[in-house]
Design a binder for this molecule. Structure first.
Ligand code: GAP
Length: 513
């Protein structure tokens, strides 16, 4: 199946089974804003718990906070967001549509890559087993011409971004003859910078209301609480502060479902270290974070690091963890060595001392920071993309199954009386009432057992527990495992243990140690 088809199916599956809905749908929706439904919220909460526990439970020197979304506006001046949190925008004069200039160019580059890949694919089919891809890429004139063209544009593009050269960005669009996807014309305005922060007004004073921003990252809430936490928690360097919360960005190009949203959630860790030790910690956190992703079992080949060519002014090292989404490898998490930039800036703008006295070195300094920052929504997308499977069964029937890691599954066990009669429902209810204190369970007695299995497969329930006439005789049930569809008889005394082994968060967390 083509990757676009997989993605389209995924989006409609998310709606059909209550994972993700378009926000304000009955009013025709609000662009790039999404709501999580009854299944989505459970999956999202489980992802958050996996992250939180891996940070706060497994690291004695990491604690969590929950800071407010509204913060003093000077914070965003100090952090650089007021002056530099911008995207370069360009308008098409005919369609009046607005685009990110860098995205137009990136898409153009991706099209050249596609062309090359298709050319190579065609040749691979033509030559069969004898095909040497590396050699073909190095010698075929059409491929070489396209690669050269791509590299030339890419070089100009990187330089323009690095130099913040908006005139050159426009010129690249003109030179590449990029047309507006709506009007089809090449009538472009100049490129302008557009700040991504949403603002609103707070309270009202005689001088007017205070302009405040909806935070574009949760990190600053950690920086401005660094000293509070360090002192009240008697934290000693190295230590970390973790936070999960909403962030807002007025994204102009918001697309690919929940990949790029205007309201989203982040899980961020700021890890405070001695100056000079930050790059060592950066490497350690890269390993820890990659292990966290890979423990989900979606295959190591689906992840890669992408080191930043252009470092932000505050960073001395940066990489992304990318996951192979149905639309290519994409950033899910960013890991940055942020130096002492943020704390230094907050010391300067607030006038408050943010130094740490290191008893071992007997001196004070502003700590350096290594940040890990992951978007929950992108993580959610990677989890559902990896889990969605269509399988053809014996009689040609298609089974849609979400092979979610059991610890993340919204429902851990479905409780299914074989029929409604003969006291089976009562027995099933009795079992449900026992299990529900420890597991998210769903009781279902409607339709045939086969249909009920399919419904549970579609939401990724790892276990289906069937109560039949034999249950009444010997207190055993059938337990069906989602992926293998294998069934076995289990005594009711052992049922909890059976379900618990793989569905408990502990199962995932133990793989991290
Ligand atoms: N504090 C650092 C920071 O915010 P970032 O690379 O801008 O860094 C971190 O964002 C992560 O937040 C990204 O890797 C991504 O997963 C997520 N993210 C950023 N913008 C997003 C958006 N518009 N929609 C969904 N997730 C987003």
């Amino acid at each position: 199946m083509a990757q676009e088809d997989v993605f389209r199916k995924l989006v409609s599956h998310c709606k059909e089974y209550g994972f993700v809905f378009q926000s304000s749908e009955i009013y025709d929706g609000l662009a790039a804003v999404y709501d999580y439904g009854q299944m989505g919220v459970e999956l999202k909460n489980n992802i958050k718990k996996y992250w939180w526990d891996s940070m706060v439970l497994l690291h004695e020197n990491v604690v969590g906070i929950d800071s407010a979304i509204f913060m003093h506006p000077t914070i965003w001046k100090a952090s650089g967001h007021v002056d530099a949190f911008n995207d370069p925008l360009i308008d098409n004069k005919d369609s009046k549509k607005r685009y990110r200039a860098d995205v137009l160019i990136e898409d153009f580059l991706a099209k050249i890559d596609d062309k090359v890949d298709k050319e190579v694919e065609k040749a691979a089919k033509r030559f069969g087993d004898k095909f040497d891809e590396a050699m073909y890429r190095e010698t075929n004139p059409r491929v070489l011409e396209n690669i050269e063209k791509r590299n030339e544009i890419h070089e100009r593009f990187s330089k323009a971004l690095n130099d913040n050269n908006l005139v050159e960005l426009r010129q690249i669009i003109v030179d590449c003859e990029i047309a507006c996807p709506v009007s089809g014309t090449r009538e472009w305005t100049d490129v302008r910078q557009f700040n991504l922060m949403f603002s609103t007004e707070m309270g009202s004073t005689s001088d007017g209301a205070l302009k405040v921003y909806l935070r574009p990252e949760t990190a600053q809430g950690i920086f401005v609480n660094y000293s509070n936490v360090q002192k009240t928690g008697r934290m000693r360097i190295p230590f970390g502060i973790a936070q999960i919360g909403k962030a807002f960005r007025n994204e102009i190009v918001a697309r690919q479902f929940i990949f790029r949203m205007r309201e989203f959630e982040q899980m961020e860790l700021q890890f405070f270290v001695r100056p000079g030790e930050e790059l060592e910690w950066f490497e350690k956190w890269k390993k820890i974070r990659m292990k966290w992703h890979q423990a989900l079992g979606f295959g190591a080949d689906n992840y890669r690091f992408h080191d930043h060519e252009k470092l932000a002014h505050y960073a001395n090292a940066a990489t992304d963890i990318e996951y192979k989404m149905p639309f290519g490898f994409k950033e899910v998490e960013g890991i940055h060595s942020r130096t002492d930039f943020d704390l230094k800036q907050h010391e300067k703008f607030s006038g408050k001392r943010l130094q740490y006295f290191d008893p071992e070195l007997n001196k004070s300094y502003i700590p350096y920071v290594v940040e890990t920052s992951i978007g929950i929504d992108r993580m959610f997308l990677s989890v559902i993309a990896a889990s969605y499977h269509e399988e053809t069964l014996d009689k040609g029937e298609i089974r849609v199954v979400m092979k979610l890691p059991p610890a993340l599954a919204p429902v851990k066990a479905a409780i299914l009386p074989l029929i409604r009669k003969d006291g089976l429902s009562d027995k099933a209810r009795e079992i449900m009432d026992k299990l529900k204190f420890n597991f998210a369970c769903q009781y279902d007695e409607k339709d045939s057992i086969g249909k009920r299995y399919r419904r549970q497969d579609a939401i990724g329930t790892p276990y289906c527990v069937t109560i039949d006439h034999q249950t009444l005789e010997d207190n055993t049930v059938t337990i069906r495992e989602r992926d293998s569809m294998e069934q076995k008889r289990v005594s009711l005394d052992l049922l909890e243990q059976e379900i618990s082994e793989k569905t408990k968060m502990e199962y995932l967390l133990k793989q991290l140690i």
